[in-house]
Design a protein around this ligand. Sequence first.
Ligand SMILES: *Cc1c(COP(=O)(O)O)cnc(C)c1O
Length: 404
Amino acid sequence: MPTLTTSVYDAEPIPQDARDEVQSLLKSGDLFRYTAPLGTPAPVTRLEQDFAALMGVKYALALNSCSSAIFLSLAALGIRPGDRVLIPAFTFAAVPSAVIHAGAQPILVEVGDDYRIDLDDFRAKLSPQVAAVVISHMRGQTSDMDAILELCARANVPVIEDAAHSLGTLWNGQKIGTLGKVGCFSFQSYKLVNGGEGGMLITDDDDVIAHAIIMSGAYEHNWQKHLTGSNAFAKVQNALPLYNLRMNNLSAAVIRPQLAEIPRRVRDGRANHDHVAARLNASPYIEVPPPLPQELRAPDSIQFNLVNFSESEARRLMAETKRSGAPVSVFGLHEDNARAFWNWHFIGNIPELPKTRAMLMKACDMRLPARLSRPQLDAIADSVLGAVATIKAPATNLQRARSA
Ligand SMILES: *Cc1c(COP(=O)(O)O)cnc(C)c1O
């Protein structure tokens, strides 16, 4: 089996501009976003301004994680204990966790073999008790947002986009994260922009941003330092709890110069994905679901379904590729996987979701960062295809080995 000369978990170096700014912040010790006087935007404020401009929205709020952004979105929309919040059953455990954090009950919606929300189940579960919908664009795969937005508009239910893995994705030419009422992004190291940890909440809504800023920990009059120009703060002064989910200046300094890298990472990530997808799709045992026609993706990983694979064969694929530097993980077979809904014991009663379960038992996940070269991508594809061939034709391979 070919071994990869790189690990798909290795990061790109942090740009020099970021390292210079970190050095100067370390020298001055100016790490807290609210230390700078009112007229001098802190590094966190400048990141927010740049990110809002990049996304073409009125407001951005930098936070310590995307999970915090989802939680604050729910809190800012006035979600109350006992409210129901629809989420896809295929997402990261942080999403139902954010709903629980807001005191609400996550309602899991079925997800199909193409990793996208099952619209019949979504329609059926969008009851009058539903107070908000969180759409996770899981692994950057976009569900049918035209249908979802229309259904939610008709039901008068706000949509929060969990775009943690969708920075740079377009839907009908519009930036993912700007379709719903609020968009949430992650700068955790396995996402497109690497801040170690970090998150961003974006919105055009004056009330949402005022609530979110105050609850993020803008105590006293620190909301003024966000330079939003919104006049919705006066009515919520001292009225909201402060959860202290702020970003610090060091994270902002690491993140901000990477915004300029986004177009390259999106372009290369998509080309890498499509190259490996085409190679894998040549195997009769592998199926990479195509993007939806409205979608222009920005992937940094690849997902594919095993076709006519037994559970033990799928387990062998995981074992065979483990040594290669590009391990394949089958979501539902990887023990305690945080993306398998049956492991979310903290939500209370876990419903039976046969479609999502069937998908998770055959859906494979593999990181495919933008920095990989063509030979590295080919080594990854060779490793997967080689393992599939070994598993599916053991007798033939054995004969070949004997006659060699
Ligand atoms: C990573 C991720 C999150 C959580 O982001 P954090 O910044 O680590 O909190 C949420 N949703 C999805 C789809 C993710 O991939």
